[in-house]
Write a protein that binds this ligand. Structure first.
Ligand code: PMP
Length: 400
């Protein structure tokens, strides 16, 4: 078969619309200074917010556990892949998030798909912020419940949907920190509405854990929401924890429901035990190393000041996710390329990841970045801004 139902045509169309995605090859560790496509670059696009992916203690825990437990877990949790290290990590995550219990999933994507389908189905209603992460949206679309989106962070839109929910269970789902914008959901208000309308609240805190809260316990700590107010807390381990995997934390019955009913938990291989061993050390670093969060905040605020002075439009975010709004897909790609030519790696984020007309450069910071590296970024941004044509500068201003 030369071309299965026009696959090549649709790939070509993507290219002409500036929507084609290419992968770069990383041939060094995930650190600020890295080798990409055979070239040394300074990267501002990882989610390793606290710089723990290369922390010596985290790495050494991973190595020793590999020596003892081997590389792979060899089975799913319910068969016999649930090791003592997984168990210890679940206990530590429950304690860290102030929940009764936690259960590990192999990825955040699977945690969201599995948890949502375990909680709602036919006859129920699921309400989601329209800018939620793709894994939540996919879960909403596939779980069988009535799926409605409310306007981003808009409590009157959420309330309107809550009023329209009829019969069955109602689950409200939101990102804690929005992954492509960096802003926070007003969780105190969302939790109040959930309580008022007898709905259950689930928060995906992939980008808040480790970063927000005095102890780094994320959005729940930031908004002081206990388990009753926020019964389903989902976290990922591949971002601030610097490792891999995910978890759901909540009450005994909530977590047991995941173990008994979440298909993406039951029918998949457990994480390598060494990942659990490394994450146990990450949790300690997160709790103890306040300097990592201080450094992030310093970099973020200095960046906001510097980038706005150059003329860029930033989003209302005070987290390490600092997108520069560009608008057109073509211009976002051109800017990303111009920065890469200067040794700075910042990926262009385009539809469908973000709404049409809001392509952006997603700058993210890590506690592993230095002030000097931030200066290099600002100098590079200033150079590319100066080199823009009047037309492109106008189009940047219009995107705002
Ligand atoms: N939720 C959010 C908000 C995310 O940003 C991501 C990862 N980009 C996920 C879930 C999925 O997590 P994982 O990478 O562990 O599958």
């Amino acid at each position: 078969m030369a071309d299965f139902d026009g696959l090549n045509e649709s790939l070509t169309a993507r290219k002409s619309q500036h929507l084609y995605r290419t992968r770069r090859v990383l041939s060094s560790a995930q650190k600020p200074e890295q080798e990409v496509n055979g070239r040394q670059v300074l990267s501002f696009c990882s989610n390793d917010y606290l710089g723990l992916a290369n922390d010596p203690e985290v790495k050494s825990a991973f190595i020793s556990a590999t020596e003892e437990f081997g590389v792979g877990s060899g089975a799913s949790h319910l068969v016999n892949g649930h090791s003592e290290l997984h168990h210890q990590l679940e206990v530590a995550l429950a304690e860290f998030t102030g929940r009764d219990r936690a259960v590990l999933f192999s990825t955040g994507y699977m945690a969201n798909l599995g948890a949502i389908a375990a909680l709602v189905g036919k006859g129920d209603t699921i309400l989601q912020d329209r800018w939620n992460h793709a894994s939540l949206i996919d879960a909403g679309l596939s779980c069988g419940a009535r799926f409605k989106r409310y306007q981003h962070n808009d409590m009157s839109s959420l309330e309107q949907r809550l009023c329209g929910a009829k019969g069955g269970r109602t689950l409200i789902v939101t990102d804690g920190v929005f992954s492509m914008d960096g802003d926070l959901a007003p969780l105190d208000q969302v939790a109040n509405l959930a309580d008022q309308y007898n709905a259950c609240l689930m928060v995906d805190d992939a980008h808040g854990l480790g970063v927000l809260g005095t102890a780094g316990a994320g959005c729940a700590e930031h908004f002081q929401l206990n388990q009753q107010q926020l019964p389903v807390l989902m976290g990922t381990l591949g971002k601030a924890f610097g490792t891999f995997g995910a978890f759901i934390a909540g009450s005994e019955s909530m977590v047991e429901t995941m173990i008994q009913q979440a298909r993406t938990y039951i029918y998949t291989t457990a994480l390598p035990p060494a990942v659990a061993a490394a994450t146990l050390v990450s949790i300690e670093r997160i709790k103890q190393d306040q300097w990592r969060r201080d450094q992030l905040l310093r970099l973020t605020e200095r960046f906001r000041e510097g980038a706005s002075r150059i003329g860029f439009t930033l989003m209302p975010s005070h987290t390490p996710i600092q997108p520069i709004l560009v608008g057109s897909e073509r211009l976002a790609l051109d800017l990303s390329q111009a920065l890469e030519d200067r040794g700075l790696l910042i990926t262009a984020i385009r539809p469908p990841t973000v709404p049409k007309g809001t392509a952006r450069l997603r700058v993210t910071f890590s506690a592993a970045h230095s002030e000097l590296q931030l200066e290099r970024l600002l100098n590079g941004l200033s150079d590319v801004y100066q080199a823009l044509s009047d037309r492109d500068r106008d189009s940047l201003a219009r995107a705002a």
